[in-house]
Design a protein around this ligand. Sequence first.
Ligand code: GTP
Ligand code: MG
Length: 318
Amino acid sequence: MMVRGDHRKGETQNMVDTNMKNYKSGFVAIIGRPNVGKSTLMNQLIGQKIAITSSKAQTTRNRIQTVYTCDRGQIVFLDTPGINRAKNKLGEYMLKVAEGTLNEVDLVMWIVEATTFIGAGERYIIDQLKRVKTPIIVVINKIDKVSDEDVFKAIDTYKNACDFAEIVPVSALNGSNTDELIDTLLKYLPYGPQYYDEDTITDQPERQIVAELIREQALRQLDKEIPHGIAVVVDSMKERTEGGIIDINATIICERDSHKGIIIGKQGSMLKKIGTHSRYGMERLLDAKVNLKLWVKVKKDWRDTDTLLKNFGYHADE
Ligand SMILES: Nc1nc2c(ncn2[C@@H]2O[C@H](COP(=O)(O)OP(=O)(O)OP(=O)(O)O)[C@@H](O)[C@H]2O)c(=O)[nH]1
Ligand SMILES: [Mg+2]
């Protein structure tokens, strides 16, 4: 099932048949180091929360496709895991997803923060970007955190780093300058058809988003390394016959017995917190009341076990 949402009113009327000659469309990869705000930016651009976000690095694990439609064109965004050195098979999978996406798109958006220092992480990405022929737009994010002067300095730094098509400063969090970013993307995209129906928002099945909302709360509520060893599986999701209420059963998988204890918390307090917070997001997404039941299971070393990675939705061959 595809998630459909309220697209921006007014913009999509009389769209396709009137003036196809000027219609722009294409695929845009969103790449960058972990935690620079890729998923926050994608959510802001499409005006809806689809990808989960957190202040912990390596929040996104799979490629997430979303669609922006307006009367000038259609942009298909591909949010990817942050590019980082892999520490296990899950990390290798995430790196492959991010780098593989580069070759399948019309345009690349490289998200960075407003700094004047280009470190080893950025250098590695520049080397990857030199191999692709598609135009690259550098997006300097989080400008709400720095002075205008620092933004100009960052733009200068990136101007000298490589041959980029454009450099656009934005704040993904408060949306400043994101309309200009859309204009820039449309400028560089080719003329083309409307690939998806105008109210398609994402390729993510609802079950997948539900599992991600639980993982998001695990990332937000739990300390440091524990959430990185967590996977979430939705075991069942069923609307009651009288309607209006959806029963969801889901399992949080972790790597150690000690982690299981922490995830459950004193008298189940942590699990309850994760459940309550993620339920709000589910109710908004599904537009129904949700009755959520959470379980916790230990699967040692799942992040380094091929079959378990696949079971939990990380298919390396896709
Ligand atoms: N102040 C500020 N914070 C931001 C902005 N954009 C994102 N953030 C914060 O940065 C953190 C990381 O955001 P994400 O969108 O999860 O980052 P990401 O690049 O998708 O991270 P990974 O999926 O781990 O690679 C979150 O705490 C966001 O709220 C911004 O424009 N300004
Ligand atoms: Mg992300």
